[in-house]
Design a protein around this ligand. Structure first.
Ligand code: SD4
Length: 299
């Protein structure tokens, strides 16, 4: 248990998110603003090739973004398959605040972003284009079926920024943002923009965020499952273990596929776990600033 305020973020670039989010929390700001600021900082960083600007494109060379922000069942918004606009997390927040909807996709999400005053950006960097061209030379003539098999993330970067924040007033919020699996089939949407899959937050209980192979997480409503386990009294570690075991038992992950979760209860108790080694979580509070291994590696 860590005394709030506190912020947790996925992967090594979670430190970038935590720096931005902590600037909000340490000034007395709220958890929702911290989660948004954290995701936005990683989206704007071109060196992160799995999120926002600089993210790897889909099989057709188009960068498409998925993002969700959530403070509770009555406060959530998302975009999926969003092209040409940043920050996806802030556009998701506008969906939450300015529309009666939860999720906007593709051209509709882009028209909404434009109407909200966001300007078009080029999301594909030179590095990402070159990576796509290399991939295309190897796989370009493959059938869709083969593509689906081959674009499982091996050593390719494929990591979502996922943030959970708890502010000094005890409010919890989360955000997640990704360009999805690299070289995915056009139109593919992952777990990240879907409530209860890539992210779930319940102000009565806590929150959870997922990363890794979205198809694994989506098949079990991964983060909803974790929050419901915590509602029934499971610790964050036990709740994550239940979700990872469910994935392992029912989704038949192949040896290259990862799934990882962070869970945070409203009292500041937290945990992280993953199917296989490689996942890290960044933690920041008034007394802690660290990038650490998860408590559980299932296999
Ligand atoms: C997705 N879960 O689109 C995201 C990508 C990710 O580590 O987090 N990879 O499937």
């Amino acid at each position: 248990v860590i005394q709030p305020p506190l912020i947790l973020s996925t992967w090594h670039f979670g430190r970038i998110a935590n720096r931005a989010g902590w600037a909000v929390l340490s000034e007395g700001g709220n958890a929702l603003d911290a989660a948004e600021a954290g995701c936005r900082a990683v989206e704007e960083d071109p060196s992160v090739t799995s999120v926002g600007f600089g993210g790897y494109p889909d099989a057709s060379g188009e960068v498409t973004l998925d993002a969700l922000i959530m403070a509770g069942p009555h406060r959530c918004g998302a975009v999926a398959c969003l092209r040409h606009y940043l920050p996806a997390i802030s556009i998701a927040r506008r969906v939450m605040e300015k529309t009666p909807h939860v999720l906007l996709v593709g051209p509709g999400a882009e028209a909404f972003a434009a109407a909200e005053g966001f300007s078009q950006r080029t999301l594909l960097t030179q590095e990402a284009r070159e990576a796509w061209e290399r991939w295309k030379q190897e796989h370009g003539s493959s059938s869709n079926e083969k593509l689906l098999r081959d674009n499982s993330p091996g050593e390719e970067p494929h990591d979502t920024i996922g943030v959970l924040a708890l502010d000094a007033a005890g409010h919890i919020a989360g955000g997640c943002s990704t360009s999805g699996l690299p070289f995915k089939l056009p139109g593919r949407v992952g777990d990240s923009p879907l409530v209860g899959h890539g992210l779930y937050v319940d102000p009565e209980v806590g929150g959870a965020v997922g990363t890794g192979h979205g198809e694994l997480i989506m098949r079990v409503c991964g983060t909803f499952l974790i929050v419901e386990e915590m509602r029934r009294g499971a610790s964050p570690a036990e709740a994550i273990k239940a979700a990872l075991e469910r994935i392992n038992r029912q989704c038949r992950p192949d040896p290259r596929q990862q799934a990882a979760f962070i869970a945070l209860r409203c009292d500041g108790a937290w945990s992280a776990g993953c199917l296989r080694k490689g996942f890290q979580v960044a933690v920041r509070s008034a007394t802690v600033e660290t990038l650490t291994e998860p408590h559980l590696v299932l296999m």
